[in-house]
Design a protein around this ligand. Sequence first.
Ligand code: NAP
Length: 522
Amino acid sequence: MTTLKSYVCDRWVAGEGRPATLVNPSTEEAIAEASSEGVDFAAALAHARDVGGPALRARTFAQRGEMLRAMAQALHAKRDELLDLAMLNGGNTRSDAKFDIDGATATLTAYADLGQSLGDARWLTDGEPVALGRSSRVSGQHILTPRAGVAVHINAFNFPAWGTAEKAAVALLAGMPVISKPATATALVAWRLTELLVDSGAMVPGSFSLIAGSTGDLLDRLGAQDVLAFTGGGSTGTMLRSKVNLLAASTHVNVEADSLNGAVLGPDVERGDDTWTLFLTDVARDLTQKTGQKGTAIRRVLVPRDQLDAVREDLMDRLSVTKVGNPQSEGVTMGPVATASQLRDVRAGIEKLVADCATVHTGGAGALQGIGAPEGRGYFVAPTLLSVEHGAAADAVHTHEVFGPVATLVPYDGAAEAVALVRRGGGGLVTSVYTEDRAFAAEVIVGIAPFHGRVTVANAKVAGAWFGPGTVLPQLLHGGPGRAGGGEELGGLRGLGLYLQRTALQGYGPFVDHIVASAKRP
Ligand code: NAP
């Protein structure tokens, strides 16, 4: 049994007390344990603030970028080992595991490249200088400098590598030290990748810490110069952002939460054409990849009413070849959900949708024996396709996220109804529109954009060069308004904004020019 330690104050610390047990979700066997009880969180914060922060801020963007590149290389060198751990602890297929591990190295590398392009500066200007008043003697310039505290990152269970790396890459490049807390149930990958990073010597002392277990009193100790970035369930996010000390100190908090992502098939798309195929591929992939446990996965499939039967038949055909089981077994294409509580939540969620007028076409909440899993063991759910007759009358499909291999077909009549139904999600990470019809695309996109952090529009023209809406790219924003938490991550340079204070600098023009000469004007 592996014991996960926390890495704080540049050393490994074993937890005390009764540890949490990490299991293999395909077999329910215990594989590791973790506890952070007894970790001195005050010392961890002080070390990050006093050692990591100054050391990072003394380095240029290019040097911080080089650190990120060395981190990416250290992880890539042990890619196979990390893939195996993701399969073991996350129930990932090898392909799912690659999505997580390679996503981590790709995001670190993207921010390494950004660091290189920002060069020798340590902070940034924002916008152009402006002449103030009637004379040209006084001018103003917005500047962005790294906050002087710690970035605390709390991640969801589904992407232990990518989640850790995408948040860390941005904070470290901005010049803030990181204390990262993976979800305990799937922390094996994040713990091992931290070991690899530490052993590689890539990281500036004090710049990265890992909490294996709960956060203890860490969050109660955060103040005005710190940042909290959270990914997980909406209710956890609401509870964390409501902490009195965070509100009192105006601590910057970023929340990435639930999302009822949509996919809208345009009325112009005909069965069997390339856009139709792309749409089916994206929906089927999102339903089964990571066993549907992606914050960006398509949950609501909006289809012109007269195409509902055809889409249902074609999707069921695609889903029928899914082999659910232990990813270690030959031929398995979808693993279990990650934990026993996930299994309970997914089953209860399907039942909730069914109780609120959804019909099950394939799958459902029943028990499933996974291929290659011990009899009656493992957290398996069949890929589940539901439909509702009238999207406007249904409620749960627009409000209850089932975080598993589940999607619901929702018929619509006309662009205005498609927009209204998508908006019922109350704010999401991404919705995708599949059409060649520019007028339809424009009406739907303008209608749904205020409700989303990202909108994708797909058709035959992008087939072959298409990432699918479920893939989060470092160049583009990740996050969304409302239910999705109101957060923003990544988006290239934009992502650094969470970790940088914007300040309006005003004064005698030549003084201001002299001071900002050492900043990078992006
Ligand atoms: P969760 O139960 O909310 O947990 C998320 C993280 O918060 C875990 O690391 C958890 O730690 C931690 N946490 C829970 N209570 C805490 C507390 N009182 N103080 C400090 N930390 C606390 O969510 P999950 O089950 O891991 O993830 C599933 C949810 O995440 C889904 O609802 C999904 O929509 C959402 N999600 C969103 C995105 C996105 O990008 N928007 C991406 C992925 C997932 P422990 O594990 O130790 O409890």
